[in-house]
Write a protein that binds this ligand. Structure first.
Ligand code: UD1
Length: 418
């Protein structure tokens, strides 16, 4: 069993460098197999979800050459099967990007259906609607999704809700679909723009990524490229919340401050100091912080992936704060663990009402999912006394060297594996 043992009470101080964006990298790795030429990807985060995605493309026959921890060369010319194994879908949901990539490139894909997960049901009906509009036949049987298209064509697609996954997935397939595809009500997250920039660097013709209408002109083929992934918005936001919660002072390097604006705005409202530089932000946690209300929304709103971390910071702010989760229906499971650490939070449906406390107290904690894990580590770093966190495999899915980065900021964290 793996655990983090954390002795709390030390404000985190110093500098930390942010890794490449996991959620951009997942879409980019899928896109990389849409050409027979070499694709060199830099600033890949060295986290488990990415390593599983690379294993999955290698399993279907792509050549994967891990040049170093953060650089990989991929060649999709040797792909021999369009049937992605169940094991990968169970380990990472984002293997649904294989549908868009393989359907676009080979007009054929078989991918096991993702199940529900720890934060909500997460259906993929909008992905399917998009592929069908482009002329693909989609059948679901025996737990797998079979996608096939005699010919794939551009289409006008309107998503019923803002969805990151379906926007990227349809963008992947449309890149090689003759004609014009228009995606309306598209997601605008930074990683949508990054995947679009990556595909354009391979010869795709995608315009409007980052707005809610994306226009794609299908091209005949894509070519090789060299591409460097943007910094991870959520990892950066997590360290910003750590500075606030522990009353620390952290210079967070290799970030795009624009991507962090919704988080910066809330930390400022709470009374913290946030300084923005070209590619760095510095957060100084105020001794006394104020309550505020937050609602998670698609970008540029406050990210759902930062909801647990800001809830931890708000638990230590004076007064009553209200956090409304509007993206996923089951994203407050970690609150029970926080309450065991002394938090005063009442959850009703998708709303958490938080009454500020002075300090958490250390406890034995079980991590329920990736972002909640980062939030519980943050609470333990602030807490009086010692905490033992299990289930940290979730954290390793998305945070590179989390314990080492925290230790370099003075956090008393030890990784134990038996
Ligand atoms: C992605 C991110 C995840 C983040 C989320 C929201 C990756 C690998 N994961 O997840 O970290 O929390 O965006 O920013 O990038 N929905 C449907 N039908 C669909 C698709 C989505 O009903 O076909 C719903 C979902 O249940 C959810 C909402 O739309 O309520 C948004 O989901 P979506 O943006 O697609 O999330 P993911 O792409 O799964």
């Amino acid at each position: 069993m793996e655990q983090y043992i954390i002795e709390g009470g030390t404000p985190l101080k110093g500098e930390v460098t942010i890794s490449g964006a996991k959620n951009a990298a997942l879409g980019i790795i899928a896109g990389a197999i849409m050409t027979d030429e070499d694709v060199l990807i830099e600033n890949i985060p060295n986290v488990n979800d990415i390593n599983v995605m690379l294993e999955a493309i290698s399993e279907i026959g792509a050549e994967v050459d891990r040049i170093d921890a953060h650089t990989v060369r991929i060649n999709g010319g040797s792909i021999k099967t369009l049937d992605v194994k169940d094991e990968y879908m169970r380990r990472i949901r984002a293997s649904y990007y294989f549908i868009g990539a393989l359907l676009g490139r080979y007009h054929n894909a078989c991918v096991p259906l993702p199940g529900g997960c720890e934060i909500g049901a997460r259906p993929i009906d909008q992905h399917i609607k998009g592929f069908r509009a482009m002329g693909a036949k989609i059948d679901i049987s025996g737990g797998s999704l079979y996608a096939k298209a005699e010919s794939l064509n551009g289409a006008h697609i309107y998503f019923d809700m803002v969805t990151v996954g379906a926007t990227i997935n349809v963008m992947l397939a449309a890149t090689l679909a003759p004609g014009k595809t228009i995606i309306e009500n598209a997601a605008r997250e930074p990683h949508i723009v990054d995947v679009a920039n990556f595909l354009n660097s391979m010869g795709a013709n995608i315009k409007g990524a980052g707005t809610d209408i994306i226009r794609i002109k299908g091209v005949n083929k894509l070519h090789g490229t060299e591409y460097s992934i943007i910094p991870d918005q959520i990892e950066a936001g997590t360290f910003m919340c750590m500075a606030a919660a522990t009353r620390g002072d952290i210079l967070i390097k290799n970030v795009i401050p624009k991507h962090l604006e919704s988080i910066t705005a809330k930390l400022l409202e709470m009374g913290n100091e946030v300084m923005e530089f070209d590619d760095e932000v510095r957060v100084i946690g105020a001794a006394s912080q104020r309550h505020t209300d937050i609602k998670t929304l698609p970008y540029p709103g406050f990210p759902t992936d930062m909801q647990p971390q800001i809830t931890v910071a708000l638990s230590l702010a004076e007064g009553i704060s209200v956090v409304t989760e509007s993206i996923f229906e089951n994203r407050f499971k970690y609150v029970d663990e926080l309450i065991r650490m002394g938090a005063s939070i009442r959850v009703e449906g998708n709303v958490a009402v938080i009454c500020g406390i002075k300090t958490f107290t250390g406890a034995a904690i079980s991590v329920p999912d990736l972002r909640a894990g980062a939030a519980l580590v943050t609470a333990a770093l602030q807490a009086k006394g010692r905490s033992a966190l299990e289930g940290i495999g979730f954290i390793k899915r998305g945070y590179e060297d989390f314990d080492k980065k925290i230790a370099s900021l003075g956090g008393k964290i030890t990784y134990i594996s038996d």
